[in-house]
Write a protein of this length. Structure first.
Length: 378
């Protein structure tokens, strides 16, 4: 099915290639990276498509206001800034560009391991301040140390192979990727309980989901070697920031490198100002190469969707495919019509309004579809 995308809003800083490709395909593109949430809610009804990075929060209220929106494109990987459930309920496709920034995020992670091992940023600050402090900055070699990688997907794998070239032992855990597959790229698969006591460095490369929230917490620190170093170039909140600060102060954690934070930018700078912490303002994907790739990819994916070619990168395609297929369109239309009728009969509709849908006959299997569309219109 081909999507009609007449007008697309780009609300985060995306490489100009994205605009060029869309315009070359006769899409009217507006780039505005300064919209407040209220302004976005006001503007979004004009658009068929929206392209974001991580800064724009596409929350349920933004989606509720998006009366024409058909597709949300994430020029990057993580979609935790997009309410995917709300989008799916409204029939809006959410797609990302998996892989476009993998190498950049992996390289920053490796840079962080090196920076932590020799306290490069701290030594640089010290020298800039006019000191020649060779004694203070005694480092430790990476060679022979153990790197525990939690999450062995695209980035985790690239980090593993690169750090192996420094002579690190790479161990890791992933609930989906089995031991024989990770062994192919030199990682020894272990349970988390086995990983913690062995690790000199722990790096996380998972999405932020309920299972991974505060995954590196006080209990984990109690199971780790004294002086373990933590790297988070994935998502703020996978490492419990309070527990990390306590572990740093107690000497349990020997250093942390953070590219991402629970709140971005952070309001509380205690952690980033800690002498053992190295940090960057969410720069994992901030390279010209990665930005050029993700911009081109998301624009091309939009064009392909317009031409009915593919929905590459669509995260909720499975859930939506039924709702979008030509065979189910009449049921969607019926649901919308009934929703409009119900709304006009009911007068004012609020959160306490209850809707009961009863269907009879051989097509009652389509009940869910009709129900959803009645509710969306209501
Ligand atoms: N700092 C930055 O600028 C960037 C951050 N990222 C973030 O890095 C993270 C990883 O990205 P990719 O490698 O591309 O994703 P991916 O989807 O290729 O890999 C994630 C892996 O985490 C695993 N996983 C899920 N739950 C887990 C759990 N409970 N324990 C251990 N592993 C678990 C999955 O099975 C999967 O293999 C994401 O959070 C992404 O948003 C990605 C690019 C740039
Ligand atoms: O792709 C990701 O998951 C990232 O975190 C990159 O975020 P950004 O596009 O740089 O805001």
């Amino acid at each position: 099915m081909a999507l009609t995308l007449k007008k697309v809003l780009i609300s985060d800083e995306v490489d100009p290639k994205c605009v060029q490709i869309l315009q070359a395909n006769e899409v009217d593109v507006v780039k505005d990276t300064k919209l407040t949430k209220e302004q976005l809610i006001q503007e979004i009804p004009k658009y068929d498509g929206l392209i974001v990075r991580s800064a724009t929060k596409v929350t349920a209220d933004v989606i509720a206001a998006a009366s024409k929106l058909k597709i949300i494109g994430r020029a990057g990987t993580g979609v935790d800034n997009i309410d995917c459930d709300a989008a799916t309920k409204k029939g809006i496709i959410v797609m990302n560009t998996p892989g476009g920034n993998t190498l950049s995020a992996a390289e920053l992670t490796c840079t962080m391991v090196c920076a932590l091992s020799r306290q490069v940023p701290q030594a640089n600050d010290s020298l800039r301040a006019g000191r020649w402090d060779r004694k203070k900055f005694m480092g430790s070699e990476i060679f022979g140390k153990t790197l525990a990688i939690v999450g062995l997907g695209r980035i985790g794998k690239e980090v593993a192979t690169r750090m192996q070239s420094f002579g690190m032992r790479t161990i890791g855990f992933d609930p989906i990727i089995p031991a024989d597959v990770v062994a192919e790229f030199g990682v020894e698969w272990m349970s988390l309980e086995e990983l913690w006591p062995l690790a000199d460095y722990i790096t996380v490369h998972t999405p932020l989901i309920p299972k991974t929230k505060n995954m590196i917490n006080a209990e984990v620190f109690s199971k780790c070697k004294k002086g373990v170093k933590i790297i988070n170039v994935a998502r703020g909140g996978i490492v419990d920031e309070e527990a990390l600060l306590e572990a740093l102060n107690a000497g349990k954690c020997g250093g942390a490198a953070l590219d991402v934070f629970i709140q971005e930018p952070p309001k509380d700078f205690t952690l980033v100002q800690h002498p053992l912490v190295v940090s960057t303002p969410h720069l994992g994907a901030n390279t010209t190469e990665a930005q050029s790739r993700v911009a081109e990819e998301i624009a091309q994916q939009f064009v392909d969707a317009m031409q009915g070619k593919s929905l590459f990168g669509a995260l909720n395609a499975q859930a939506l495919s039924n709702a979008l297929s030509p065979a189910t369109q009449p049921w969607v239309t019926l649901g919308e019509a009934l929703g409009r009728l119900a709304a006009s009969l009911a007068g004012e509709v609020n959160s306490n309004t209850q809707v009961q849908v009863i269907t009879y006959g051989e097509y009652r299997m389509q009940c869910r579809l009709i129900e959803n569309n009645i509710l969306v219109v209501e």
